[in-house]
Design a protein around this ligand. Sequence first.
Ligand SMILES: Cc1cc2nc3c(=O)[nH]c(=O)nc-3n(C[C@H](O)[C@H](O)[C@H](O)COP(=O)(O)OP(=O)(O)OC[C@H]3O[C@@H](n4cnc5c(N)ncnc54)[C@H](O)[C@@H]3O)c2cc1C
Length: 381
Amino acid sequence: MNLHDRFTPGPEFGETLRAGARRAHETGEVDAASLEALRRSGLLGMMVHEDHGGWGYDAAAANAAIETVAADNPSIAIMLYLHCAVAVRIEQYGTETQKKHWLPRIARRGELVASAWSEPGSTADKRSLSTTAQRDTAGGWEIKGGKTFSTSATVADFFIVLVQLPPTTGTAHATGPTYGGSDQALFLVEAATPGVEVPPDALDMAGMRGSGTGMVQFRDVTVGEDNLLCSGSATPEAIQLPHRLGLTLGAVSVGLAQAAHETALAHARDRDLFDEPRFQRQLASTEIAVRSARAAVRDLTTGPAQDRVLRAYCVKVFASTTGETVCGTVRGLLGSAGYLHAHEINRISQDAEAVTHMGPPTHLCLDLIAGRLAPATGPDR
Ligand SMILES: Cc1cc2nc3c(=O)[nH]c(=O)nc-3n(C[C@H](O)[C@H](O)[C@H](O)COP(=O)(O)OP(=O)(O)OC[C@H]3O[C@@H](n4cnc5c(N)ncnc54)[C@H](O)[C@@H]3O)c2cc1C
């Protein structure tokens, strides 16, 4: 599967995204034109099987598409990445009824899904959440709690919600570093369900300001058994699925690094600096960095599958660190010209830093990598 098998955007797609990225960085809101372009592009269904109206892209093609979008509009790229990560979870863990219900909506109607996992006060490993799901008397579930830092929250059509289940005897608790747990479950919940409340304003973040990253309250939300995507040991497995497939936020960092590098090239062109040895060396170093990070992302989807999760954590750290390093080098190269508030490099740098904080953030990746290097690995790792 190649990137351009189905994704053939005209130049106006990139122009819309680039203009939208600039607007959104100022307003702190999702750029309507960029979101509309994303919905119309078909990219939201790129990882949905063709039987359900999607393109059937694998992780390699999806990473390439996400990198392309990120070079123009990183906020839209993280919305797309997180959306695809849910699409593949529905493909893998959904019942036939759930697949028929949710997948054509995202593939054919351009509906957008957001992940509501993080909570005020919860740690990056998503252990011990306060949001709970309890069985109700009608055989469904009642979800209660509050989420934060949910990308796309302000514009999402539905959510994948990570909840804590009531304690049961005999539930195995992993002892090593984990990402989610087998005492948790994932639910698919319509944004329009009574009791789901999303403040209209996104969080006032330093970067990724056009990603609609915000809060979601679940006030005694009643859903049916059909809304339960997975529970028990399938929950940490489902959380890990994008990493098992090789779908990575590192692709966003590569797009960001490319955008920063191109900013430096444009500066060198405008000021006729290509003959300056200092510029030559710095441009060469950012070229090497971008190519290395891109190669690492590509390598993730090739080679043996059995150590792909470990490699995915390594690539997330390497690509996001590279994104920040390239931005730092380019800022140094631009000097005071790049210190002006309106200069693109400031937005790109803030966006690049955001990726390091996104799940799993660097400190958790390091713990998960170390845990996998240890001789005995637990079920949730
Ligand atoms: C732009 C953006 C988009 C996001 N989108 C989503 C989303 O769509 N859905 C969602 O659910 N969440 C989302 N998040 C939240 C993200 O997934 C993080 O998990 C969440 O913010 C909590 O991580 P944390 O590192 O801040 O928290 P903590 O784990 O509490 O860590 C806080 C700080 O403590 C330090 N620390 C903690 N443990 C260690 C350790 N073992 N070693 C060293 N240092 C440590 C680190 O410096 C860390 O920065 C998003 C965040 C951002 C910034």
